[in-house]
Design a protein. Structure first.
Lengths: 211, 211
């Protein structure tokens, strides 16, 4: 194929993309970056960010943070920015994982054997973020819950997951903890669902009858 | 929480990330953007890009393109850029889908009912890209194959998929076509596997015994 330095400008094809945290969250990063020692403190932040995110109009009611499993140092914070970026893959987990990898300068968040990193999310990841978490290098996943309540309350389609999803994580050296901050998480989903805002998954939640 | 315009600069947390196509691919975009009418022509391009990508050192032997299902117009091209971006989620499908969404200015590639878009990939997507495809708005998925040959030849862990993965796509209005350019795809994986280069999935392929 031909080589030309002008090709990328004449083809009309996009050559890159980017995602930014919303301005409201960028304005709170110093407060947000305080170390969080207990699982409950970590999930409290995640539930706060998830609730604020949909109300600000950036995307769905989802947030995720990457922390040092032992010290609670915050490595990154992410929210769902599908609407603000125009990119359907920019769920909270992908955003938080990517920002942690920017911060640490590595695609492998498990590269340092002395430091185990933990992803904290306000529900079980959708099938895309399930894989994104698996390939990220985090050693621990903490979620507020994993049942069908999320889809029922919010209207989101979370995709076809296997029954043994947690065992598959464990088999790859990633521990799974459920049930932290569950009531707060459910309240966020309920209020989002009742607000009748846009559910942006392209194919909608009408087709999960196979599951 | 406090609001300060300097927070994002003083917290130490990253506020954004980006991904770019490799320079070699940017230099070929005019040639690459020629419309491709048949499935075989589309996969020929994908297999070429996948083969070149790992040899150039940008990431794994994977490529994906988004095309107009009817006309073959190329909307975007993507390759796996995990190594060149330092971001573990930047698989070929996520890259191609994101670049198509940049080009069309929408997180929903199915927003125009008059125009069905198709994702062409050189094997069944991993579990992350399975979800990314599902949420993208494409109406068609074309893959060179879907069996265990990829993991066996390349050493990659593709993650825990359900047996009914294709039916789950169909239930959401996404058709699945397999077996286009299969021999060429397998040759790419075989040569990659024999070259003994870095397999970068953080947790490796040793733990798929549960599957």
């Amino acid at each position: 194929m031909t080589q030309s330095p002008d090709d990328s400008r004449t083809s009309g094809l996009a050559t890159g993309f980017s995602a930014q945290l919303p301005a409201w969250l960028q304005g709170e990063l110093t407060a947000v970056s305080t170390p969080r020692v207990t699982p409950e403190e970590r999930m409290e932040l995640v539930n706060y960010l998830a609730d604020r995110n949909w109300r600000e109009g950036n995307g769905g009611p989802f947030a995720a943070i990457v922390v040092d499993h032992v010290t609670g140092e915050v490595i990154s914070v992410g929210v769902n920015v599908v609407l603000s970026t125009g990119l359907s893959s920019m769920h909270a987990e992908v955003t938080a994982i990517s920002l942690a990898q920017v911060a640490l300068g590595s695609w492998d968040l498990g590269a340092d054997p002395e430091r185990e990193l933990e992803l904290v999310v306000n529900w079980r990841p959708c099938v895309m973020c399930y894989g994104s978490t698996m390939w990220s290098g985090v050693r621990h996943l903490v979620v507020a819950g994993s049942g069908p309540e999320l889809e029922r309350l919010s209207g989101f389609d979370e995709g076809p997951m296997r029954e043994d999803w947690a065992a598959q994580f464990e088999a790859r050296g990633i521990s799974v903890t459920e049930g932290v901050g569950r009531d707060d998480a459910l309240r966020v989903f309920r209020e989002y669902g009742e607000a009748d805002v846009l559910v942006y998954n392209a194919r909608g939640a009408g087709a999960i009858a196979l599951d």
